[in-house]
Design a protein around this ligand. Structure first.
Ligand code: F6P
Ligand code: MN
Length: 351
């Protein structure tokens, strides 16, 4: 029911935005499914060991080589089941090797990471669910074909964060990014925050710095310059945060700006970083752009990349637009990354 005085309910927002476009209406339905499934998963996560051992390892890997946990598999089932009554033609998930075909007449294809950050379950740190909604391609073909479209084609995308609050952050249709928070008293999501706008400048960066020795020169140079703070070429002090849950680092950036980097590096299997294009980078990138931020693979906008396969990885840099642009310059302009004596006093050559 629409609320007149209190915060807006998710259902009301979805009705308002869906309009007459059949794809956007169908995507709004998928968002309802995601919200209902997330409310169920939030309860299970909130119980912790009272509900069994959700962080227990199943002793096997998913397609990306991450150890599968009981909760990874359960989350996958809960979300897939939630799409069974909706016009969803196929689902790609981090926890399933092959795309799963559902409604042959469905208008939409959904890619998801059902439980992002699952290595954090037993440490009581926020985890999440990331989702991307694409239109199916005319003429159909095999299920995989629908997913090999650039992220710019997404009709809706975002993530749920299961933290101190459970919230869903998404962009639908041509809309701005919005945030709705689960009221655990009635199981519904309400809008308690204005549409987030990512700060243009950054004072905080997020990167797994233990990989420093594996990074390429431009990434090392950028992080070196951040670490040098006010005495270095960037001429200001920076703070650093890394949670190990993409959703938690992303949510923080929506709230107070900053930049996240998971670049490619020289470790075997990490040439394109660790994160997946379809169900991690693309949905985050859409939500980030619709909140005034930027997202690249260090150079190119994430949303312009045509996926080569459903589980393809991609280097990911997102957040405050001035900073994402700066990282791109470290990659394309030797003045920014060259440590040669010519550029010894690098503060002088900054714009
Ligand atoms: O899903 C992959 C993921 O767990 C992200 O949530 C997170 O940002 C990243 O991997 C953490 O990577 P690392 O283990 O290198 O810190
Ligand atoms: Mn993940």
């Amino acid at each position: 029911m629409p609320q007149n005085n209190g915060p807006k309910e998710l259902e009301t927002y979805l009705e308002e935005v869906a309009g007459g476009d059949p794809h956007v209406r169908a995507a709004a339905g998928v968002l309802r499914d995601v919200a209902a499934a997330a409310s169920q998963l939030s309860r299970i996560i909130g119980l912790g060991r009272l509900g069994g051992h959700p962080g227990a390892s199943l002793g096997r890997m998913n397609v990306d080589g991450d150890v599968q946990k009981e909760l990874d598999v359960l989350a996958n089932e809960i979300f897939v089941d939630s799409f069974r009554q909706s016009p969803v033609a196929a689902v790609v998930s981090e926890e399933m090797k092959e795309p799963l075909a559902l409604d042959p007449a469905g208008l939409l294809a959904v890619a998801m990471d059902p439980l992002d950050g699952s290595s954090n379950i037993d440490t009581n740190v926020s985890v999440g669910t990331i989702f991307s909604i694409l239109p199916v391609l005319a003429g159909r073909g095999n299920a995989e074909a629908h997913f090999l479209q650039p992220g710019r084609k997404q009709i809706g995308a975002g993530f749920v964060i299961y933290g101190p609050q459970t919230s869903i952050l998404f962009a639908l249709g041509a809309g701005q990014t919005q945030i709705f928070t689960l009221d655990r008293r009635d199981g519904r999501f309400y809008q308690t925050l204005p549409a987030p706008v990512i700060a243009a400048e950054f004072t905080e960066y997020a990167i797994n710095a233990s990989n420093y020795r594996h990074w390429e020169a431009p990434v090392r140079a950028f992080i070196d310059d951040c670490e040098e703070g006010a005495e270095g070429p960037l001429k200001r002090d920076y703070n650093m945060r890394w949670t190990g849950s993409l959703v938690a680092d992303a949510y923080r950036i929506f709230m107070r700006g900053g930049v996240f980097l998971y670049p490619g590096d020289q470790r075997a299997g990490y040439g394109s970083g660790r994160l997946r294009l379809l169900y991690e980078a693309n949905p985050i990138a859409l939500a980030v752009e619709r909140a005034g931020g930027s997202a690249t693979d260090c150079v190119r906008p994430i949303l312009d990349i045509v996926p080569s396969s459903v589980h393809a990885k991609v280097p990911l840099v997102f957040g405050s637009p001035a900073c994402v642009g700066l990282v791109a310059r470290y990659h394309s302009d030797p003045q920014f990354s060259d440590r040669a004596p010519l550029f010894g006093n690098r503060g002088l050559i900054r714009p």
